[in-house]
Structure formats: structure tokens, C-alpha cells
Ligand binder design. Structure first.
Ligand code: GRG
Length: 302
């Protein structure tokens, strides 16, 4: 593993600003015949803020293997489109039924349920079209672009967030036992985070070992991320979170906190973070950013 000293806060703020400018720039990308209300609904949620962690991780993974962010930005934005689509659908009355997201009214509250479903669907399809076109324009070799697309598709289907959402919301799929929160976290959160870094690494030219190291890093980081999410749901406020706290208990979900308690959950988050860092040892890329990110996410408050 190659490590280099990183002024992490500066690097993260720079990456966040870069991604934000690119996302705001998408306003021009949906001209007619896209219906105006569909465009508005898609852009409302996409441009509503958020930490932008998934696109940042994707860009940094590509950079770790020497490919500049400008060449992989379409792939990174595609992951934010998918993540945003999943949040729109997650908030629907038939799912978690929430009215607040990223500090603003949820999509269906403003545009109605039917439009929110369609905005999510449209963001998913656009993610593939937009990233393939961008990767081709940046002359990322077709084999690498195809692999990135396969990883992305896997993360949003039955093996990824659709499967995870079933475990999280379907009472008949809930299981007893301490393994269950890990299964939910892996599919609901880990697979998409792992896909961002793996696809970024692959687009950047990582070999099989490097890609696997980044995937394993992402899976452990994703579990740690979900543990912290479960903790914040209990300990934080709507103002800080930008979404409604206390939802897990209200919906009687089996979370890391309800299963292991607050202290047990904190310990688990640390353990998963350590395992994430260990996974990076075999990556062969420049991973200074990712070790700093892992520590940073342990301390997050939103
Ligand atoms: C394929 C559209 C589609 C949906 C699949 C609804 C659904 C099924 C999945 C939802 C999965 C879900 C909401 C997982 C939660 C992941 C999570 C921890 C989200 C919060 O991420 P942050 O904190 O949010 O990075 P911001 O707003 O900062 O981007």
C-alpha cells in the first residue's frame, strides 16, 4: 500500500465543491422532449444537497489508479443519480413514508407520488446512459466502462439496494438473530458504496486484486456507515440530520442499535472501519484519502 500525507479536510472540501458544481450543471442536460415537470422533479432531489460521498469516493478511487476526475466524472454523477433515486423511493408513503430529506420536503410531498416514482425510475436509467456516454467521450477503454456498468447494475438490483430494501421494509422477510442487521446493511448500504469505489477503481485501470481490495473496503465501510446511521437515528435531531429521526423505532425496524445497544453499535462501527482499512492494504493504489475518510466518517453527525 502506498500512503501519502493528506490534508484531508481541504481535499474533501475541494472534492465536494467539484461534485456540487457538476451536479448543479446538470440543469442543462435534460432539454425537451423531457417533460418539464419530470425534469423539475428529478433535479429537485438531485440538486437538494447531501454529502455527495458516493461520487467523491468513485472519483477518488479512479484517481488512486492515475485517472483524473474529469475523465470519470460521468460515472461518479451516475452513482449520485442512483443514490438519489433510492432516497426518493425510500421516502414514498408505501416505503418509509417520510416528509423530510436533505433538509427539504421529500419529492412526493412536492410533486406527488406518481411523479416521484417516475423521477426515481428516470434517474436510474439516465445514470447508465449518462455515464456510458461520458466514459466513451473520455476514452476510457470499453472493457473498463462495461465492467463499471455491470458493477453499477449489480448494486441497484436484487443483489443490492432492491434486495436490501426488501429486508429492511418487508415484515415477512425479517429474520431473528444477530446476523440480520449485517445482512440488511450489506445489501441496503454496503453494496452501493462498494460499487462506487470498485467501479471507480476499475474505470481507473485497477487490476483484479486492486478492484477486489476496494470492493472489500467499500463493504466494510458501508456497514460502518449504516451502523452510524442507526446510531444517529436515535441520538440526532431533524435539524442536524436533514431527515426525520426516530424512524427506525417508529417502524419497528431491527437495527444495529436495537440489536446491540448504543455502546455495542459504536464498537461495531469501529471494528468494521478497522476491517475496511485492512482491506485497502492489498489495493496497490494510492489510498491516503480513503484511510482519512474512514476515520472522518466515524465522527460524522449527519
Ligand atoms: C433502485 C430506485 C431504486 C430503489 C431500490 C428504495 C430502495 C430500493 C432502496 C433504498 C435504500 C436506502 C435508502 C438505503 C439507505 C442508505 C443510506 C445510509 C442513505 C443515507 O446516505 P447519506 O447519509 O445521504 O450519504 P446524503 O443525503 O448525504 O446523500
Amino acid at each position: 500500500m502506498t500512503r501519502s500525507p493528506v490534508d484531508f479536510e481541504t481535499v474533501l472540501a475541494d472534492a465536494q465543491a467539484y461534485v456540487e458544481v457538476q451536479i448543479q450543471g446538470l440543469s442543462e442536460a435534460l432539454p425537451p422532449p423531457v417533460p418539464g415537470r419530470l425534469r423539475e422533479s428529478m433535479l429537485y432531489s438531485l440538486q437538494a444537497g447531501g454529502k455527495r460521498l458516493r461520487p467523491i469516493m468513485c472519483l477518488k478511487a479512479a484517481e488512486a489508479f492515475g485517472v483524473s476526475r474529469d475523465r470519470c466524472v460521468s460515472l461518479a454523477l451516475a452513482f449520485e443519480m442512483i443514490h438519489t433515486a433510492s432516497l426518493i423511493h425510500d421516502d414514498l408513503p408505501s416505503m418509509d413514508d417520510d416528509v423530510l430529506r436533505r433538509g427539504k420536503p421529500t419529492n412526493h410531498v412536492l410533486y406527488g407520488e406518481s411523479m416521484a416514482i417516475l423521477a426515481g425510475d428516470a434517474l436510474l436509467a439516465w445514470a447508465f446512459e449518462y455515464s456510458l456516454a461520458g466514459l466513451a467521450k473520455a476514452r476510457i477503454p470499453a472493457g473498463r466502462a462495461c465492467s463499471a456498468m455491470r458493477i453499477m447494475a449489480n448494486a441497484l438490483g436484487p443483489f443490492g439496494i432492491c434486495g436490501g430494501q426488501v429486508l429492511d421494509t418487508d415484515p415477512q422477510s425479517m429474520e431473528d438473530g444477530e446476523d440480520f442487521p449485517f445482512k440488511v446493511a450489506a445489501q441496503k448500504t454496503g453494496v452501493l458504496i462498494a460499487a462506487c469505489v470498485e467501479a471507480g477503481a476499475v474505470a481507473g485501470g485497477a487490476d483484479k486484486k486492486g478492484a477486489e481490495a476496494f470492493r472489500s473496503y467499500g463493504m466494510h465501510l458501508g456497514t460502518a456507515f449504516q451502523v452510524i446511521d442507526d446510531i444517529l437515528d436515535v441520538t440526532s435531531s431533524a435539524l442536524e440530520l436533514g431527515k426525520t429521526p426516530g424512524k427506525d423505532a417508529a417502524l419497528e425496524k431491527r437495527t444495529f442499535v436495537s440489536t446491540f445497544g448504543l455502546d455495542g453499535a459504536r464498537e461495531l462501527a469501529r471494528k468494521e472501519s478497522d476491517q475496511a482499512l485492512e482491506a485497502l492494504l492489498g489495493s496497490g493504489g494510492e489510498v491516503g484519502f480513503f484511510s482519512a475518510l474512514t476515520d472522518y466518517l466515524m465522527e460524522r453527525t449527519r
